[in-house]
Design a protein around this ligand. Structure first.
Ligand code: NAD
Ligand code: LMR
Length: 346
């Protein structure tokens, strides 16, 4: 069972395979918030990833159990659990990639921004520790509101003198995963069988409500069922509201965890491949950017040995997408500014 899960992951995550002549390099991944709803399945998926040699699981509670459990899986990664602040240095030291799903999730009726007051402080403190113990690591920020937590991290790293804009990523992969799923589902019709795992849809902007802008006009393979304007509008709205759909279905028991762990594992795998020198690794992610007037923006990014190799442009947009782009800018701008202000004042 585990063996077939691992081989499925190898097929899915390790699409560009390595030859036996090039042994896999040692790579340490740390997960901060590893005992949470996302943290636990993400720990499992990273333990199954053959690119990981060391897996450090850190949380303020519960990590010994998660680490003991995951460590029994017979894959390459050596697992260690760390709990309480005095152990965070050990968890982080030597890390190549740090994934941060620490923080509170939404309940029905809340926006992601409603999480700001609690999560901003958590993220800030974790980033102070990253700057101290593994300043060269690639950081994958999952904690919400991503539109603000990434700018917070950038300011913390700037203050510490360790900021490298090529190594800070807001994880927006779940938006891409959702857009792929909804597009492939919608495009299904007799005679056309889009394979869900072959579909790709770029999603740009940010990670909250209308700041999430899926570019269905650039979906591949192009659907040969002409989607109507109403269908594109509905697909866009469903992608933008995907998180809320899960929050409401969970009815007070949190937000997306399993699909997020999958998306987080895909993105971390892409970062590891980039670090290992695999060519042409391209993912959508929220990064420091100059492709619009906003200082941070999600778009396709080519990943490489130093993190971001190239922030790719938006390509040709439909009129509907152009309109969506202009509409999202004020909200995204104010979320970015809120994060920067918090980090400067705290
Ligand atoms: P959760 O409450 O189940 O888990 C959070 C974990 O973080 C807990 O185990 C908690 O102990 C830990 N934690 C809290 N403070 C910490 C600290 N200072 N150091 C280390 N660990 C700490 O929540 P969850 O469902 O796993 O969600 C976590 C975050 O991820 C939320 O902010 C949620 O909104 C966000 N999220 C983002 C995306 C995305 O697409 N980027 C998707 C889903 C959820
Ligand atoms: C998501 O998109 O599922 C996450 O950002 C969690 C949330 O609060 O919606």
């Amino acid at each position: 069972m585990i063996r077939s899960a691992e081989s499925a992951l190898r097929r899915g995550l390790l699409r560009r395979s390595y030859t036996s002549e090039s042994p896999l390099p040692e790579r340490k991944v740390a997960i901060l918030g590893a005992a949470g709803g996302i943290g636990q399945p993400l720990s499992l998926l990273m333990k199954l990833n053959p690119l990981v040699s060391n897996l450090a699981l850190y949380d303020i509670a519960g990590t010994p159990g998660v680490a003991a459990d995951v460590s029994h899986i017979n894959t390459r990664a050596e697992v260690a659990g760390y709990m309480t602040e005095d152990q965070i240095g050990q968890a982080l030291e030597g890390s190549d990639v740090v994934i941060i799903p620490a923080g509170v999730p939404r309940k029905p009726g809340m926006t992601r921004d409603d999480l700001f007051n609690i999560n901003a402080g958590i993220v800030k403190n974790l980033c102070v520790a990253i700057a101290k113990y593994c300043p060269d690591a690639v950081v994958n920020m999952i904690s919400n509101p991503v539109n603000s937590t990434v700018p917070i991290a950038s300011e913390v790293f700037k203050k510490a003198g360790t900021y490298d804009e090529k190594k800070l990523f807001g994880v927006t992969t779940l938006d891409v995963v959702r857009a792929r799923t909804f597009f492939a589902g919608k495009s299904k019709s007799p005679g056309l069988n889009l394979v869900f795992t072959d579909v790709n849809v770029p999603v740009v902007g940010g990670h909250a409500g209308i700041t999430i802008l899926p570019l269905f006009s650039q979906a591949t393979p192009a659907s040969n069922v002409a989607l109507s304007a109403d269908e594109i509008t509905a697909l866009t709205k469903r992608t933008q509201d995907g998180g809320t759909e899960v929050v409401e279905a969970k009815a007070g028991k949190g937000s997306a965890t399993l699909s997020m762990a999958y998306a987080g594992a895909l993105f971390a795998d892409a970062c590891l491949k980039g670090l290992n020198g695999v060519p042409d690794v391209v993912e959508c992610t929220f990064v420091q950017s100059s492709i619009t007037e906003l200082p941070f923006f999600a778009s396709k990014v080519r990943l490489g040995k130093n993190g971001v190799e190239e922030v790719l442009g938006l390509g040709t947009l439909s009129d509907f997408e152009k309109e969506g782009l202009e509409k999202l800018k004020p909200e995204l701008k104010s979320s970015i500014e809120k994060g920067i202000k918090f980090a400067k004042e705290n």
